[in-house]
Design a protein. Structure first.
Length: 217
């Protein structure tokens, strides 16, 4: 699949015209990364914008002693690095979870695009506002909710519907959930066991964690 087609997969940019998608592909440089490669390091000063064409990436921050908080998992069509548009240090690290290809735009190219394409500028601002809103909600959850509440919120937010079944993607391990909610894997395991006993979820070897009924009231 070519770069413009990959970009169209981002559900947040369906209104962008094909010529703008093609321009993004033409002015960027395609780079390839292997599993485990670090694309961005928290605290470093760089200003590239990355568009994920294929593969899977995680956005995370380190807490010391080997602990980390995973902010997001990126799929093809999504982009990242826009927070460095101001030239400041990176607020998080990005690592390839599998072999990945990215379209990379320099800061100068990005600024030129923002000035010459108002539609892209509006989209970029909209995405930044969504990131701010999500970050605010995450901070509120960590500050005010207990681990069980944070796990419930994450499951509801990330669950997908497949016919009559609602489930958490199999890619979410207990360690992944722990990283996302700022808890230990053992604490998450305890919460999931309680939810299973209470009839809210069930573990299926093929489907992963299946949600049997609404877990948020």
């Amino acid at each position: 699949m070519d770069a413009p087609s990959q970009l169209r997969k981002d559900e947040s940019i369906p209104s962008l015209p094909a010529n703008l998608l093609a321009r993004l592909a033409s002015i960027g440089e395609v780079q390839e990364f292997n599993t485990g490669d670090i694309l961005l390091c928290e605290g470093e000063v760089s200003s590239q914008l990355y568009v994920l064409l294929s593969g899977k990436l995680k956005v995370f921050a380190s807490q010391g002693k080997g602990r980390e908080v995973v902010y997001n998992t990126l799929q093809p069509g999504e982009y990242f690095g826009e927070l460095a548009f101001d030239g400041g240090p990176r607020s998080a690290s990005v690592q390839a979870l599998q072999g990945s290809r990215c379209l990379v735009l320099t800061a100068d190219t990005l600024r030129e695009l923002v000035h010459s394409e108002p539609e892209f500028a509006v989209h970029l601002i909209t995405k930044l506002m969504r990131l701010l809103r999500r970050s605010t909600q995450q901070l509120k959850s960590i500050a005010l909710d207990d681990v069980r509440s944070r796990v419930l919120s994450l499951i509801e937010a990330e669950a997908v519907n497949e016919g009559s079944i609602r489930r958490l993607p199999k890619s979410f391990t207990q360690r992944d959930i722990a990283h996302r909610v700022g808890a230990t894997r053992e604490m998450v395991n305890h919460v999931l066991q309680d939810l299973a006993k209470e009839g809210f979820v069930a573990k299926d070897p093929q489907l992963g964690l299946v949600i049997l009924k609404s877990i948020l009231r």
